[in-house]
Design a protein around this ligand. Structure first.
Ligand code: SAM
Ligand code: DTB
Ligand code: SF4
Length: 342
């Protein structure tokens, strides 16, 4: 990030962000796309594949989540997966063109023993020439340091919503707890992936407030996932009124304007979106997404559908920095094969 870039601000006010969100749609998209083009190749999208490495029975009560022990969802629990199973999934993701492998665990926080097992997984992912990302809940300073030593590329920890709306969604940990984990991770120099969920019944002001929190962090998160709530039966948020799709696209556009050098990720909820809505999200500045037929516990679009969409829109997969550096991409034909296919 270039500190002399006047677009890299950390002093956004709520009023400024609300007025961006309320711009005429065409003006907003034009502005977001102009900023996007100044910082990125507009036809390139970074793709990550997710795997749930420990599923369900979580002690937190996040109102959107299928994995909380507090909710009556029909999800099957699974203990921490063996490393060999993770390697198999990562290899398959790489063959399909993903350049980053993200592993998620349904924990409030990892124990030190479990962290060592996750580190073996991170190292195995690197051995395949892929970037690594994990999301394991809250971390201490020492655990963040250990992950940095292990070479972790990204840590995902979302703010989820505005500080004002937060208490309607989660009671078992605070907004401040989340900021502290982000601080520990940032201080170790690990790239941060942090964003939130829309469509939980929050107001436009809440969306503005969440974006302000993200943009005014000491450093913009390198990745900003914007999830659309996947409504899971049995969770407290099942049946909440659906968000106007244009409101979702507006939020993507404003995230792009506020954090011009960050990858803005079109995350959960793509299965419920039309191709046209996704295309507008890319136009608004989204340049990253989850690819592969499963998110953590819910479905993502079929890879065939995504490849076809990329072809129709003339989009390409972005290579990972590791692959670019090692030329490993040429060895397994990722850039040539899939970009041509897509
Ligand atoms: N347990 C860890 C934690 O919460 O920090 C990591 C995994 S958790 C599933 C990662 C993120 O996924 C959550 O913070 C939330 O933003 C997102 N998420 C979970 N369930 C979702 C749903 N039903 N719809 C949209 N996003 C969801
Ligand atoms: C993020 O912001 N979205 C991903 C990832 N980070 C870990 C998770 C989405 C989960 C969607 C619901 C599920 O599949 O359980
Ligand atoms: Fe647990 Fe994470 Fe789900 Fe919250 S979002 S219930 S912490 S798995």
């Amino acid at each position: 990030m270039n500190p002399s870039d006047p677009n890299q601000r950390h002093d956004w006010t709520l009023e400024e962000i609300e007025s961006l969100l309320g711009l005429p749609f065409n003006d907003l998209l034009f502005r977001a796309q102009a900023i996007h083009r100044a910082h990125f190749d507009p036809n390139q999208v970074q793709v990550s594949t997710l795997l749930s490495i420990k599923t369900g029975a979580c002690s937190e009560d996040c109102g959107y989540c299928s994995q909380s022990a507090s909710h009556g969802t029909s999800l099957e629990q699974e203990k921490l997966l063996p490393v060999a199973e993770v390697v198999k999934a990562a290899r398959s993701a790489r063959e399909k063109g993903a350049t980053r492998f993200c592993m998620g665990a349904a924990w409030r926080n990892p124990t030190d023993r479990n962290l060592e097992r996750v580190i073996e997984m991170i190292q195995a992912v690197h051995a395949l020439g892929m970037e690594s990302c994990v999301t394991l809940g809250m971390l201490t300073v020492a655990q963040s340091r250990r992950l940095k030593q292990a070479g972790l590329d990204y840590y995902n920890h979302n703010l989820d919503t505005s500080p004002e709306f937060y208490g309607n969604v989660i009671s078992t940990r605070t907004f401040q707890d989340r900021l502290e984990t982000l601080e520990h991770v940032r201080e170790q120099g690990i790239n941060i992936c942090s964003g939130g969920i829309l469509g939980m019944g929050e107001s436009r002001r809440d969306r503005a407030s969440m974006l302000r929190e993200l943009a005014n962090l000491p450093k913009h998160p390198e990745s900003v996932p914007i999830n659309l709530l996947v409504q899971v039966e049995g969770t407290p948020l099942f049946g909440v009124d659906e968000l106007d799709p244009f409101e979702f696209i507006r939020t993507i556009a404003v995230a792009r304007i506020l954090m011009p050098s960050s990858h803005v990720r079109l995350s959960a909820g793509r299965s419920q979106m039309s191709d046209e809505m996704q295309a507008l999200c890319f136009l608004a500045g989204a340049n990253s997404m989850f690819y592969g037929e499963r998110l953590l516990t819910t479905d993502n679009p079929e890879t065939e559908r995504d490849l076809k969409l990329f072809q129709r829109l003339g989009l390409r997969f972005q290579e990972s920095s590791e692959l670019q550096a090692t030329e490993a991409g040429c060895r397994h034909g990722q850039d040539t094969g899939l970009a041509a296919q897509a």
